[in-house]
Design a protein around this ligand. Structure first.
Ligand SMILES: Cc1cc2nc3c(=O)[nH]c(=O)nc-3n(C[C@H](O)[C@H](O)[C@H](O)COP(=O)(O)OP(=O)(O)OC[C@H]3O[C@@H](n4cnc5c(N)ncnc54)[C@H](O)[C@@H]3O)c2cc1C
Length: 426
């Protein structure tokens, strides 16, 4: 098969990239291959679907804020029900941390992000299940628990149903005659000379060469541009051609709870129109909770940085004892309603981590564009990244993000990278 563009991977980043490249020129042939049987079944499906426009770095703010505006457009104007709920993001902060984090929050506010603040007294009223003050008990001393001084709240943040989001991208792409081949594994990138001489062993070091497509489980696909959007699997096809994607995979787990004891917490009022628990970040151990509107449950994730190894796993499994022997002990200190409550369901996926600046990468080399290393925030930046891939393919200096803002494509490249350090990491 021959095509103008081959996209490897039908996760949220592959599909948004494919869509924008096809939309720019519907006469162009854009083919997506995906080793699994449907869209978004890799790590996109494992995601929590959280989105926020509160980032310290301008880059992350632009990527996320414009993507959130696009989500609204998809849901409200194009009438795709992507299960968008403006639950808000609530950071529960002890005094020191509140002082430390003031600057990034203030910066976000100056850019136009809405931020509200709640005192510990107000939080007690709004979340009666939350403990904000700790006594001198052995447990709280041992765990170094600090009183919650303030709640910093981003009301325009929330959550989408990722399965519906990837299906919306898939539907829009198919509508303009995009082609997707599921159950098709790209096994090898084709590295060819630009001017073939027909001599065995090409390309030689003195020849100009480019990526010219891929071998797949269904045969060879020749392409002018090959976009590698393989998420955590990217290095499997990029390493053999000597392309360093600067990404390492690490497990991340989600535990879902459906216990009547948690009903008041789940149905926390006053933060959002759904009257559900916002995405709430506890002060200790990177524990994050959110009310999941679609299934009346609470989802819990944990930053999980301590000793968790980097390792590519095709089908990572959640660990019950990670919850029971680890997260649980801190969790019940802040939210005693979790006492003796066990997860009803759990699953695990993998983050594609760029450990250097935790910001996505879009890098081009002849015939090839790599998009990935979204470092746990690829859903909320998906639309912007798709548009940037398209602009890179057009060799444009700037991409136009949804809403009209410009983004300098090389800022996300490896060669000419220019991104700020992100300090609002969840
Ligand atoms: C537990 C968890 C929670 C998360 N929570 C959030 C969140 O709240 N908000 C947020 O924004 N992000 C979150 N993320 C991150 C988010 O899921 C990712 O950033 C995003 O899904 C990355 O999209 P992708 O398209 O790069 O990867 P994927 O969705 O993994 O897509 C890559 C695709 O490529 C396919 N593929 C790989 N190799 C090949 C090959 N050789 N041939 C053919 N196909 C191939 C794979 O099968 C896969 O479908 C979370 C991730 C996890 C694991």
């Amino acid at each position: 098969m021959e095509t103008d563009v081959l996209v490897v991977g039908a996760g949220v980043l592959g599909l948004s990239s494919a869509y924008y490249m096809k939309k720019r020129d519907p006469s162009r042939k854009v083919v997506v291959v995906e080793k699994l049987s449907g869209p978004g079944q890799g790590n996109s499906a494992k995601s929590e679907g959280g989105y926020r426009n509160l980032f310290a770095s301008e880059t992350n703010y632009l990527l996320a804020d414009s993507t959130i505006d696009w989500f609204h457009h998809l849901q409200e104007d194009l009438e795709y029900d992507i299960g968008m709920h403006e639950l808000g993001y609530l950071w529960l902060l002890p005094e020191d941390e509140y002082r430390e984090r003031r600057t990034p929050f203030d910066v976000a506010k100056k850019r136009g992000a809405r931020i509200l603040e709640y005192s510990s007294e107000e939080l007690k009223q709004m979340m009666p299940d939350l403990i904000t003050e700790f006594d001198d008990s052995e447990d709280s001393q041992m765990m170094g628990l600090e009183d919650v001084e303030m709640g910093v709240f981003g009301p325009n943040c929330g959550s989408v149903d990722v399965d519906r989001l990837v299906k919306a991208y898939e539907a829009e792409f198919l509508k303009i005659s995009g082609e997707i081949h599921y159950n098709t594994d790209a096994t090898k990138l084709l590295h060819d000379p630009v001017e073939p001489l027909g001599i065995p062993g090409e390309p030689f070091v003195w020849q100009e060469s480019r990526i010219a497509g891929a071998e797949t489980s269904k045969g060879k696909i020749l392409a002018e541009t090959t976009v590698v959007a393989c998420g955590t699997w990217a290095s499997k096809i990029l390493d053999p051609i000597g392309f360093d994607c600067l990404m390492r995979p690490k497990k991340r787990q989600i535990f879902a709870f459906k216990d009547p004891k948690l009903s008041r917490l789940l149905n926390t009022k006053d933060f959002n129109e759904d009257n559900k628990l916002p995405v709430t970040i506890l002060p200790t151990a990177g524990i994050l909770l959110k009310g999941e509107v679609s299934e009346e449950s609470i989802w819990l994730a944990c930053a999980d940085n301590l000793g968790r190894k980097f390792e590519l796993e095709d089908d990572p499994k959640p660990e019950d004892d990670y919850y029971a022997n680890n997260i649980y002990h801190a969790l019940v200190q802040y939210l005693p309603c979790f006492e003796d409550v066990r997860p009803a369901n759990s699953w695990a996926g993998q983050y594609a981590i760029n450990g250097f600046d935790q910001t996505p990468i879009v890098e081009a080399s002849p015939g090839l564009i790599y998009v990935g290393a979204a470092s746990g925030s690829g859903i909320m930046k998906s639309d912007a990244l798709g548009r940037i891939v398209d602009a890179v393919n057009e060799e444009k200096e700037y991409a136009t993000l949804y809403g009209g803002r410009g983004f300098k494509c090389s800022d996300l490249s490896i060669a000419n990278r220019r991104v700020e350090k992100e300090t609002l990491v969840v």
